[in-house]
Write a protein of this length. Structure first.
Length: 253
């Protein structure tokens, strides 16, 4: 039965896998047996295993999603798994939000996810091949956060994108699921964590049931599971990975 959790024979593209959660997912899928294609805007990160292919591409360019899928297929012709992870945070307080920052957030966090998934699904349908997509949402897709309006909206959109694509792609044998990490220590979040270690971080640690901020590696297992045969009857679902942050209303005193 444990072989159901193996990714042997699978080929996966992980977008935004040069650092943070994406890098941990790429490493995790590789350890589970998949052939992996990593992706980022810059040069290949040293932390990626040598066996992992890597393509550089700026997903914010209009034609980039289709270009990226083409490059990934060239690297791994048997591509059947996609992890849409690339995204970032550009928010300022609501009254200071500009059209440019709004567009940048929605373009990267939501639009590119949609069209990368579309290009991938079109390839699988042409090949009459089943597959799996995992979309990176966030607990911000369910609960709002101060000074995070554009980011919250983009992540809420990804919750519905996951469910909507599951409906659209089920007839083609393509499963679509998502994960929603809570507070995870990454290069992006470490900037404010380290500067506010004595106030906000301690507040969060009291609210997280498991008592500590998560690591990027904590997300990799759930993604590997969702991509594996063990999850073959699961689609349209989103796994929250937050140490219990969103379970209770009030934290410990």
């Amino acid at each position: 039965m444990m072989k159901a959790f193996s990714l042997d024979g699978r080929a996966a593209l992980v977008t935004g896998s040069s650092q943070g959660i994406g890098l941990a997912i790429a490493q995790g899928l590789h350890e589970a047996g998949a052939r992996v294609v990593g992706h980022g805007r810059q040069q290949r990160p040293q932390a990626l295993p040598e066996a992992v292919s890597y393509v550089a591409c700026d997903l914010c360019e209009p034609s980039a999603p289709e270009t990226l899928i083409g490059l990934a297929i060239a690297a791994e012709p048997g591509l059947d798994t996609l992890v849409c992870n690339a995204g970032s945070f550009f928010d300022v307080p609501f009254l200071e939000m500009t059209g440019a920052l709004w567009d940048r957030t929605i373009n990267l966090n939501l639009r590119t996810m949609f069209f990368t998934a579309q290009a991938f699904a079109r390839h699988l349908v042409r090949k009459k091949r089943a597959g799996s997509i995992v979309i990176m949402s966030s607990t911000n897709g369910f609960q709002a956060e101060a000074d995070s309006v554009a980011y919250d909206v983009s992540k809420g959109g990804l919750v519905m994108l996951t469910r909507s694509l599951a409906v659209s792609l089920a007839p083609h044998g393509i499963r679509v699921n998502g994960i929603a990490p809570g507070l995870i220590k990454t290069p992006l979040t470490s900037v404010w964590m380290e500067s506010r270690a004595n106030d906000l971080l301690k507040h969060y640690e009291k609210k997280i049931l498991l008592g500590h901020v998560g690591k990027a590696e904590d997300c990799a297992g759930a993604v590997a599971f969702l991509c594996s045969p063990a999850a073959s009857y699961i689609t349209g679902e989103i796994i929250v990975i937050d140490g219990g942050l969103t379970v209770q209303q009030l934290g410990r005193p």
